[in-house]
Design a protein around this ligand. Structure first.
Ligand SMILES: C[S@@+](CC[C@H](N)C(=O)[O-])C[C@H]1O[C@@H](n2cnc3c(N)ncnc32)[C@H](O)[C@@H]1O
Length: 240
């Protein structure tokens, strides 16, 4: 597995613009800076706070998979800004990100939500009802790739969010990008893998797959992309 080349901080990054030196970047977020970021984004409402609390209490070993409040706010804002009407989510868990996406859709918008867990998505269904977005969400409990490949190949998806099993990210990306309309937006979570994408352990398939996909996206002429150091890394991909 290839290690990413080290780039001295004063070196302009080739192909990334003359002023793209790395002198003014913030060091990886400390817990204190991350708390500051959270405190200066719109707060999660009571419903999302209840969902996070119930998830932490009921599934303590898995609760870390849930997206954070600031990321949820980002999703809602991106769905609104893109004017999306038809969205697809890969990786529901207990439904936090689904609610954030569904809230950004218009009342007649639709979210196709893919997951393999009946247990986790049972919690999601309850909270979708409470949030008043259940009628916008079509849950498919099945391997997501099967669900995505069964969709018509026409580019009708306005917004996609990928946050499921990491080794399958390249396949999810390809299945979704084909179905994304020009101008549509795809959002990928955990693209930094806690920094492991820089030098992935060959025995660790998640970071390896994501390193491969990150490179492919940066070179993909079908799209324009920006990787944001939000939480564990979020890539925004807009189809040309
Ligand atoms: C990181 S969690 C998603 C977190 C969620 N976005 C949230 O905001 O809480 C990953 C989810 O992917 C699901 N998953 C794993 N493998 C899958 C597969 N092959 N197809 C569909 N979903 C899968 C898991 O069941 C889990 O709920």
């Amino acid at each position: 597995m290839e290690r990413e080349p080290e780039i001295p901080s004063t070196t302009p990054v080739r192909g990334r613009g003359k002023s793209a030196t790395l002198e003014s970047v913030t060091e990886p977020l400390s817990p204190a800076v991350a708390a500051y970021v959270l405190a200066h984004s719109s707060p999660a409402d009571d419903l999302l706070a209840d969902l996070a609390a119930e998830t932490a209490a009921t599934f303590p070993d898995a609760a870390g998979m849930q997206i954070s409040a600031d990321e949820g706010q980002l999703l809602t804002m991106l769905v609104r800004l893109t004017g999306a009407r038809y969205a697809v989510e890969v990786g529901v868990f207990t439904g936090y990100s689904s609610i954030c996406i569904a809230r950004g859709l218009p009342p007649d918008g639709r979210l196709l939500a893919c997951d393999v867990s009946e247990e986790w998505t049972a919690v999601a269904r309850r909270y979708w009802q409470r949030a008043g977005v259940a009628q916008r969400i079509d849950l498919r409990v099945a391997p997501a790739l099967q669900t995505l490949r069964a969709l018509p190949e026409e580019p009708v998806v306005d917004f996609g969010f990928i946050d499921a099993d990491k080794p399958s990210y390249p396949d999810y990306y390809e299945a979704l990008i084909q179905r994304l309309r020009p101008g549509g937006l795809l959002v990928l979570d955990n693209v930094l893998q806690g920094g492991r994408v820089l030098d992935p352990d060959p025995r660790d398939p998640g970071p390896r797959a994501i390193q491969r996909l990150n490179r492919a996206i940066a070179a993909d002429r079908r799209v324009e992309a920006v990787m944001l150091p939000v939480r564990d890394g979020v890539t925004l991909v807009r189809k040309r």
